[in-house]
Design a protein around this ligand. Structure first.
Ligand code: AP5
Ligand code: MG
Length: 217
């Protein structure tokens, strides 16, 4: 899943992965887990994330490669938020080629920047499962607590403040947007509008995901 901050990668990945029988791997969450466990890589990543910057490629690739070698990712996975730079994409291709695999499809979600800013300022997440809600339109049932963890009050994500959001958009334009061309050249990119209800976006994603023949081992 590829797209700007707030475009709905996490929201849709959470639906697409179980619907495809695959685990959802989210570098954002892999990072937050490493930060919470205060591993050396996690502490290094934390300083960069809190400032709204991308975590450097060396740290990120090491964390994701480690995750990809766990048993549940052996035959497939949905990646939300990785790769985000061309060196990460190359490292991922190399890693997968080494086990006779490759990325089947890159689903590129697109939403206008005004809408992205609105979504990020209204986002609230569950501190346990990290599910994203929104004060506008995608609120939890009781307005305040996670539907799946009813004792947990939702919180604002640390990098959803105005300055960090601006920085994330800049990083996205400079480092992640070039991946559109990278995957288009490989014939793996599919563009999907992220505007509309979450159900409508999901249907469009499933349609596109099914339109690309898998990479042969
Ligand atoms: P990450 O957590 O991946 O953040 P991001 O890419 O900025 O994306 P978001 O999670 O903010 O947005 P999303 O597309 O998942 O949208 P969501 O579904 O929540 O990464 C965080 C940080 O980690 C980065 O800034 C970086 O520092 C670091 N990092 C991560 N990966 C890295 C990498 N590979 N390399 C280096 N560093 C890395 O939806 C947003 C909101 O919109 C929610 O409130 C949701 O309820 C709402 N919404 C969703 N769909 C709809 C809809 N259809 N209509 C209306 N509202 C909707
Ligand atoms: Mg996300």
């Amino acid at each position: 899943m590829l797209g700007a901050p707030g475009v709905g990668k996490g929201t849709q990945g959470r639906r697409l992965a179980p619907a495809s029988g695959l685990p959802l791997l989210s570098p954002g969450e892999i990072l937050r887990e490493a930060v919470a466990r205060a591993t050396p890589l996690g502490l290094e990543a934390r300083r960069q994330m809190d400032a709204g910057r991308l975590v450097d490629d060396r740290v990120m690739i090491a964390l994701v490669n480690e995750r990809l070698t766990r048993a549940d990712a052996a035959t497939g996975f949905v990646l939300d938020g990785f790769p985000r730079t061309v060196p990460q994409a190359r490292a991922l291709d190399d890693h997968l080629a080494g086990r006779g695999q490759g990325i089947d499809v890159v689903l590129y979600l697109q939403v206008s920047e005004d809408e992205l800013v609105r979504r990020l300022s209204g986002r609230r997440e569950c501190p346990v499962c990290m599910r994203a809600y929104n004060l506008e339109g995608m609120a939890p049932r009781d307005g305040m607590h996670c539907d799946d963890h009813p004792t947990m009050e939702l919180r604002v994500r640390a990098d959803d403040g105005e300055a960090a959001v601006r920085q994330r958009f800049e990083e996205y334009r400079a480092k992640t947007a070039p991946l559109v061309e990278y995957y288009e050249a490989l014939g793996r990119l599919r563009r999907v509008s992220g505007t509309g209800t979450a159900d409508a976006v999901f249907a469009a994603l499933q349609h596109e995901a099914g339109s690309v023949p898998p990479v042969k081992a």
